[in-house]
Design a protein around this ligand. Structure first.
Ligand code: SAM
Length: 216
């Protein structure tokens, strides 16, 4: 049964972090490494897209306790858990969709997104990445650690499956439902380049997870 995105994550809050760290191959390696790539300078301004309970932010705050982080997420209960975890940190949390919320211009040194953007199409991501591009300062970058399809066939298969399940369940609205539809790394790279990013690097792979850095 497909579940709406925010319901899916709110319902799984209990045990979420343990699941995430143990069910995804080598998550215990790529979460800390994601944080390593974020800016180390005092009061670095970072935007986290789909921050959830802030697994990546735990590693980041350990390395940069003065970072000023804005976290966006659809799931209110995930955000409440995140707020409870870091009461003494400079953390601004916004509940809503990163597709519709404004990010502002030239105000972040970096953006990060971990295991959130593999639910969306290239067409949906290009305007989102344009918004991220505008929100970054010159030389700013997006660190994207996510689940990727290993072939065009696999990417197309997941898309077909989502369409089939929606049809089977009579879902006709345009809301987000939780179902993994990862792009391939070349298709993700193309979306980032179309949004204006000058350089896109694949900095590491752990099974189906890659860590990309897109620099403005
Ligand atoms: C698998 S969790 C990852 C959370 C965290 N980044 C981590 O790695 O532990 C995916 C998160 O993305 C959020 N999400 C999915 N689509 C979103 C959207 N359109 N706008 C904001 N958040 C979204 C979900 O609510 C969920 O908390």
């Amino acid at each position: 049964m497909l579940e709406k995105m925010s319901d899916f994550f709110n319902r799984r809050l209990d045990g979420y972090e343990e699941h995430q760290l143990h069910a995804i191959e080598q998550a215990e390696t790529f979460y800390p490494l994601t944080a390593q790539y974020l800016p180390a300078g005092p009061h670095a301004r970072v935007l986290d897209l789909g921050c959830g309970t802030g697994l990546e932010l735990g590693y980041y705050f350990a390395r940069n306790p003065t970072a000023e982080v804005t976290g966006i997420d659809l799931a209110g209960e995930m955000l409440q858990a995140l707020e409870r975890k870091f009461p003494d940190k400079n953390l601004t949390l916004v509940q809503g969709s990163y597709f519709t919320l404004p990010f502002g211009e030239n105000r972040y040194d970096a953006a990060v997104s971990v295991e959130s953007l593999h639910h969306f199409t290239q067409a949906e991501k290009i305007p989102l990445y344009q918004k991220v591009f505008r929100a970054l300062v010159p030389g700013g970058f997006l660190i994207l650690t996510d689940y990727f399809a290993d072939s065009d066939e696999q990417e197309a298969f997941f898309r077909r499956e989502l369409r089939r399940l929606k049809e089977e369940q009579g879902i006709r609205d345009e809301e987000f439902y939780h179902f993994d539809t990862p792009l391939t790394v070349p298709h993700e790279t193309e979306a980032l380049q179309k949004a204006g990013f000058a350089k896109v690097e694949d900095l590491g792979q752990w099974a189906a997870t890659h860590l990309l850095r897109a620099t403005k």
